[in-house]
Ligand binder design. Structure first.
Ligand SMILES: Cc1ncc(COP(=O)(O)O)c(C=O)c1O
Length: 367
C-alpha cells in the first residue's frame, strides 16, 4: 500500500523527540498560550523575516482573523483563485464580503495575475492569492496591482510552508500570510493548528486580540473576537517538526524530481510546472492526465492512493452559485478540474515507491 501521505511513517522517524515534547507540556501544564506557542511564534516570524507571528486554532481561522484585522467586511469584494480549498473563499463570504474569482495559470494552478485587473471594481478591497500545492503565486505583478489600486494583499500559505518566490519566503509579501498546520500539511501538527504572520504591528495586535475573545487585557474586551488559540501541545509538536522542515521539504523536492525522471515522456501526462523564480515545496505533486479516471483506477487496483484536488472549482460550487458566472467564468480552472490527479507525496517516500507509481501510470493505455 502506498498512501498519499504516510503520517505514521513520519511519526516513527521523530517519535522520541515528539513524545518528549508532549511530555514536557504535560509536565509544565501551561496548556493555553504557554511558552511553546510563544517560542514557535518567535521562530516562525524569524524564519519568514517578519516581525510577528500569531498562533491560531486552524488555517481557516488564520484567514478569517487576517481578513478581519485588515478591515474586510460587508459589501467588500476580495479577488481570489477559484482553484483552491473552500476555506479560502468561505471566510470571505462568511464576513459578508464577496469572493471574486480570477482564473488560473494551468502550469502552476495559481491565480493568473494578468486576469486580476479586470476583476477590480470600486468595492474591491483585497487580493488573496493562494500558493497552491506548494508553488508560490507570481507575487510581483500581484503586489504591483495592489499598490497602484490601493488594495491589501493577504496570502493563503496553507499548502506552502517554506516555499520561496525569488528567494523570499511565501507569506512574507502581503500584509498577512496565513498558514495551516493540519496533519497532512508540510509543517503539520497532530490535530488542528494555524498561524498568521505579518510585519505590521497594528495588524499583529488586532489578530492577537481576535484570537482571544477580542481581549488584550484579561477580562477586558474591546472588540468581538473568537476562541482561536494554537494549542500548547500542538505547538510543542510543531517545534519539533519545524526543526526538520527544510530537510522534509527537500525530501518532497527529491521525490518530485524522481517523479519527473520516471514520468518523462509518459503519454497524455502533463507534469506540474516549477517557474524559474519559484522554490516549490510540493505539498502535492499534481499531474494533468487526459485519461485521469483510468489512471486513478489503475493506481487503486495496485494499492496506491491518489486524489483529485479539486473536482469542482469554487465558482461552480452551489454555495457560491448565486454570485453567477456572468463573465464567462474560469475556463482554465474548469479544464484543470477535469484533468488533475495528485500522486503520493511525503518526505519519506522512497525511490522504489515512486518508480512503482510511475510504472502503473505508464501502463495505462490512452483511450
Ligand atoms: C488552500 C487552503 N486554505 C485554507 C485551508 C484551511 O486550513 P485548515 O484546514 O487548517 O482550517 C486549507 C487546508 O485544508 C487549504 O488547503
Amino acid at each position: 500500500m502506498i498512501q498519499m501521505v504516510d503520517l505514521g511513517r513520519q511519526y516513527l522517524t521523530l517519535k522520541k523527540e515528539i513524545d518528549d515534547a508532549v511530555a514536557d507540556v504535560l509536565a509544565h501544564s501551561h496548556f493555553i498560550l504557554g511558552p511553546k506557542v510563544a517560542e514557535l511564534e518567535k521562530k516562525i516570524a524569524a524564519y519568514h523575516g517578519v516581525g510577528h507571528a500569531i498562533g491560531v486554532g486552524n488555517g481557516t481561522d488564520a484567514l478569517l482573523l487576517a481578513l478581519r484585522a485588515c478591515g474586510i467586511g460587508r459589501g467588500d469584494e476580495v479577488i481570489t483563485s477559484p482553484f483552491t480549498f473552500i476555506a479560502t473563499a468561505e471566510v470571505i463570504a462568511g464576513l459578508g464580503a464577496t469572493p471574486v474569482f480570477a482564473d488560473i495559470d494551468p502550469d502552476t494552478f495559481n491565480i493568473d495575475p494578468a486576469l486580476i485587473e479586470k476583476k477590480i471594481t470600486p468595492r474591491t478591497k483585497a487580493i488573496l492569492p493562494v500558493h497552491l500545492f506548494g508553488h508560490p503565486a507570481d507575487m510581483d505583478p500581484i503586489l504591483a496591482i495592489a499598490k497602484t489600486r490601493g488594495l491589501t494583499v493577504i496570502e493563503d500559505c496553507a499548502q506552502s510552508f517554506g516555499a520561496e518566490y525569488k528567494g523570499k519566503k511565501a507569506g512574507s509579501f502581503g500584509r498577512c500570510g496565513c498558514f495551516s498546520f493540519f496533519p497532512s500539511k508540510n509543517l503539520a501538527c497532530c490535530g488542528d493548528g494555524g498561524m498568521v504572520i505579518t510585519d505590521d504591528e497594528e495588524t499583529a495586535k488586532t489578530v492577537r486580540m481576535l484570537r482571544n475573545h477580542g481581549s488584550a487585557v484579561k477580562y477586558y474586551h474591546s472588540m468581538l473576537g473568537y476562541n482561536s488559540r494554537l494549542d500548547e501541545i500542538q505547538a510543542a509538536i510543531l517545534l519539533v517538526k519545524f526543526s526538520h522542515i527544510d530537510r522534509m521539504n527537500e525530501g518532497r523536492r527529491r521525490a518530485a524530481e524522481l517523479y519527473r525522471t520516471h514520468l518523462a515522456g509518459a503519454g497524455g501526462v502533463h507534469l506540474p510546472g516549477e517557474a524559474p523564480w519559484a522554490k516549490h515545496v510540493y505539498h502535492q505533486f499534481t499531474i494533468r492526465a487526459k485519461h485521469r479516471d483510468a489512471v486513478m483506477n489503475a493506481l487503486k487496483k495496485n494499492d496506491i492512493t491518489s486524489a483529485v484536488y479539486y473536482p469542482l472549482p469554487l465558482d461552480r460550487q452551489e454555495v457560491f452559485a448565486a454570485g453567477g458566472r456572468k463573465d464567462g467564468g474560469c475556463p482554465v480552472s474548469d479544464r484543470c478540474a477535469a484533468l488533475v490527479l495528485s500522486l503520493p507525496m511525503f518526505p519519506e517516500l522512497t525511490e522504489k515507491e515512486v518508480i512503482r507509481v510511475c510504472d502503473v501510470i505508464r501502463g495505462v493505455p490512452l483511450e
